[in-house]
Design a binder for this molecule. Sequence first.
Ligand code: BMA
Length: 310
Amino acid sequence: MANETVFQRYPRNPIITPEAVPGANSIFNSAVIPFDDRCAGIFRVDMNHGAPQLHLGWSDDALRWRINPDPIQFQSDDPDLCYSSGYDPRVTDIGGAYYITWCNDYHGPGIGLAETKDFKSFHMISNPLPPFNRNAVLFPRKIGGAYAMLHRPSDPGHTPFGDIFYCTSPDLVHWGNHRWVLGPRGGWQSMKVGAGPVPIETPEGWLMIYHGVKLTCSGYIYSAGAALLDLDEPWKVRRRTRRYLLAPTEAYERVGDVPNVVFPIATLLDDATGRLALYYGCADTCIGVAYAQLEAVIAFIKANSFEDNP
Ligand code: BMA
């Protein structure tokens, strides 16, 4: 059953299932980004030993992917800075350098930050935010002369709360100037919210697609919504959707390791046509993609946003 939305699911979803990596239990919540004339992906692969790891993948058409069976080896000059396991990666291109943010297990879930220029070697820069934190994503350019990041303070468990925050850094190592951006509101986003894909700069503001969670008598339901943030002061929310953009309705979104999860995490924008492809994790098991025109998403946000202060 399809819900009424501006996004249209790819009819052959899911595009990636656990069979893509031998021994994988699940592959979901993963980042994709154009690189040279193809697409690179940083995949969350939960192997049959249970620990989530980040794996590199490649695709010529952004639909059919080859994923390395071995996890990425992150290098660091600092022996105390370690990658142990990783999940929910985002990848941001800032001037031709690619920055990966993910949930790094460092005495609890916090944020890891690494850089690659060639998707061959991966250099870990810092743990910009200590536990407990998740859902960090960098903006694709400096704002007010500083690197900028969205993130979501959390707890060591299945976090029954969560607001999106903004912070900045001169050097990707030292982070501060923390600002509150967005908290839960009614309905599909009534329990917690977390940033999703890399924000997209539009004349109407930064398009931030995010997940919202509501609690039911049988568990959490994760859906995708969107907001427009001020271009110069992105902690100021200009618009925010009252209705979700995408919620679990399909069998592969409703049934899996964690049922009823649509987890938006990456986009590919075709500048020539304005078509936006949204990649999302499905039920913590596989990956789906859905398409919309960027203009239509912005029109949807405007037509479906809260009338009062977001
Ligand atoms: C969050 C993260 C996500 C996951 C979601 C639903 O806390 O662990 O990776 O998709 O829960 O289980």
